[in-house]
Write a protein that binds this ligand. Structure first.
Ligand code: ZN
Ligand code: ZN
Length: 172
């Protein structure tokens, strides 16, 4: 028989777990008290775990917010890209024959108007409003600025205008 200091009860040795490091080879607290302690520990740790998750989520939220702030431009671009795709799909009555890979390659190409690689949008060589289709063969990389200037002109018309007038005039 052995007395457990936690519950103050004297219990048979079988009620104690083995512990080779103890003088009598048994755990000082009885199984019931050990279990209770373990449960408390688990619960306390669960709380701690939950708290850790909550804290890291908050920290992460900060990081997400910071990332968003730092990448505002990129996020706008992504949104623009998505809305462009949506509009293109709508205009083409569901016929959308440009793969994401094609589109990505196009968006990485320099603007054919001014050569910049910033804010590239796909533009229709033959405008949709004039019978052009949304297919990769009919798409050209244009920067946002040049795209606004070109509007719904044919590419060659726009180029003629570009050649005839100074760049500044076209922007007005
Ligand atoms: Zn006990
Ligand atoms: Zn441009």
């Amino acid at each position: 028989m052995k007395r457990c200091p936690a519950c103050n009860l004297t219990k048979p040795a079988s009620e104690f777990q083995c512990n080779r490091t103890k003088a009598d080879g048994l755990q000082s607290h009885c199984r019931a008290c050990m279990n209770a302690t373990n449960t408390r520990w688990r619960e306390a740790n669960r709380e701690q775990f939950r708290e850790a998750v909550r804290v890291s989520a908050l920290k992460h939220a900060d990081r997400v917010a910071a990332w968003r702030a730092a990448n505002a431009e990129r996020i706008t671009e992504l949104g623009r890209e998505a809305s462009w795709k949506y509009k293109a799909r709508k205009r083409a009555n569901g016929i959308f024959v440009v793969t994401d890979k094609d589109l990505r390659r196009l968006l990485q190409s320099p603007c054919i108007g001014c050569g910049t690689t910033e804010s590239i949008v796909p533009d229709h060589c033959i405008p949709i409003s004039r019978g052009g289709r949304t297919s990769i063969g009919n798409l050209i990389p244009l920067c946002k600025t040049c795209n606004n200037r070109k509007r719904s002109r044919f590419l060659f018309e726009w180029k003629q205008i570009m050649n005839a007038r100074s760049y500044a005039e076209v922007t007005q």
